[in-house]
Design a protein around this ligand. Structure first.
Ligand code: NAI
Length: 420
């Protein structure tokens, strides 16, 4: 698809004022109202639909839509992407993007943006709360009182101050938890497969085994890569200190639940909190069952680690920010399916983006077209990856529609846009 805009160098946009957008945004699944406001203020027509749309209906609704916003239920399949004749970007107002055919979007030159850290703080707060509640034995005490038993004993009730917190996965969540846990007086140790900067006084453990052996509480915050399936199994629970606390707020398949159950039965794990499960119900109406039900020393929560009003609001702000930054500046940093480029706005220049299949020689062809048009290149950035190439070119002087047409005619071109 080629998007050709006539250029008038007397317009404000030449001076770097954000261009008027135009186009339509379709927001599904009760995306936070902040998103609709931001797109509306940017000049889009916004349609909000409270529920997710099934594939057949989305195929009918998607033509003419410039930006599609979804949460975790809507399936953006190849069929949907093929029916999308005006789609410029997809916003996933959540963390996961498995519901989107990222390859189909990429092949069509459509970047997808999500909100990888909007709910980081929410997960960290839940982890901290659970650590305190489990150390104090609050859950069991509460169950007893519900049963009419007054047990005021301090037995097995501990402070978290001075205890060793073992964080597995020192990414966005793990690292923030590290900082807050230290503020509570905990001694933080972590293990990560990647080289991570230890924040504050946190100690890096040389191996998972070394971390599990010393931690009073182990909390899992690894990502959902398939290699993490069964990361915590029988052997790993055996490595843990006797009577340690265990928490999983990452992904269900990371922990072997029968092994955790054995560890609870033997007292190896004294208490646990689990928010994510290998099989989770598809919705609130479906039943839930797990081998951990009935344990009074286990907190079970329905994958709500990141579900807070603050996180939803932040997602509603963050994703439109990324989408609008792409539409205005061509920036793709943090896109989940596009090579990441981030450039400052260049005043007094025109910016052209060219998306193409990742084959040799395209950059030379682009520059040949621009040279023949006597357009002076003032900046150019190319990034390739996963089958596509993405070039942002800033030019002085003229950039008339014929030049854009010539860029579009370069073989293997997916999309050409003049941003300003
Ligand atoms: P992240 O990608 O920033 O961090 C993950 C870290 O784990 C990385 O530093 C990575 O190097 C490390 N890692 C991966 N495999 C490892 C292994 N085998 N051993 C040690 N370290 C390993 O991810 P973020 O944002 O911190 O999220 C962490 C997890 O929390 C993810 O699985 C995410 O899906 C989950 N999550 C759960 C939520 C909930 O509602 N319960 C909400 C938000 C995130």
């Amino acid at each position: 698809m080629v998007v050709v805009r006539a250029l008038d160098l007397t317009e404000d946009r030449r001076l770097g004022v954000a261009p008027p957008e135009g186009g339509s945004v379709l927001l599904l699944e009760k995306v936070h109202s902040e998103a609709a406001r931001l797109f509306h203020d940017a000049g889009f027509d916004v349609e909000s639909v409270p529920e997710s749309l099934p594939e057949d209906e989305l195929v009918v609704r998607i033509p003419g839509v410039s930006v599609l916003g979804i949460r975790s239920k809507t399936q953006v399949t190849r069929r949907v992407v093929e029916a999308a004749d005006a789609l410029q970007a997809v916003g996933a107002f959540c963390i996961g993007t498995n519901q989107i055919d990222l390859e189909a979007c990429r092949e069509k030159g459509v970047p997808v943006f999500n909100a990888p850290f909007s709910n980081t703080r929410s997960v960290v707060e839940l982890a901290l709360g659970e650590i305190i509640v489990l150390f104090r034995n609050v859950v069991e005490k509460s169950w007893l009182l519900h049963d009419g038993i007054w047990n005021k004993s301090a037995h097995r009730s501990r402070e978290v101050r001075g205890k060793r917190l073992g964080i597995v996965g020192y990414g966005n969540i793990g690292a923030q938890l590290s900082v807050l846990a230290e503020a509570l007086g905990m001694e933080v140790h972590f293990y990560d497969v990647a080289d991570k900067l230890a924040l504050g006084n946190a100690h890096r453990a040389p191996s998972l085994k070394a971390l599990l052996e010393i931690s009073d509480v182990v909390t899992i915050h690894v990502d959902g890569s398939p290699s993490n399936a069964g990361l915590m199994g029988k052997r790993e629970f055996r490595w843990m200190k006797d009577g340690a606390v265990f928490i999983n707020l990452s992904r269900g398949f990371v922990v072997d639940l029968p092994a955790l159950k054995d560890a609870l039965n033997s007292g190896k794990v004294r208490a646990a909190a689990v928010d994510v499960f290998p099989q989770e119900p598809g919705g609130n109406e479906e039943p839930f069952s797990s081998e951990l039900q009935g344990y009074r020393n286990v907190i079970l929560t329905p994958h709500i680690g990141g579900s807070t009003e603050e996180a939803q609001e932040d997602i509603g702000r963050f994703v439109p920010g990324k989408v609008l930054d792409y539409l205005r500046q061509g920036n793709t940093r943090l896109s989940v399916n596009f090579p990441g480029l981030q450039l400052p706005e260049r005043r007094g220049a025109h910016r052209v983006v060219h998306i193409h299949e990742n084959v040799p020689g395209i950059l030379a062809r682009i520059n040949q077209v621009l040279a023949e048009a006597e357009a002076n290149i003032t900046g150019q950035y190319l990034k390739t990856g996963e089958g596509i190439g993405y070039v942002i070119t800033d030019v002085d002087g003229q950039c008339p529609p014929e030049v854009l047409q010539a860029l579009w005619e370069i073989p293997r071109t997916i999309r050409v846009k003049l941003l300003y």
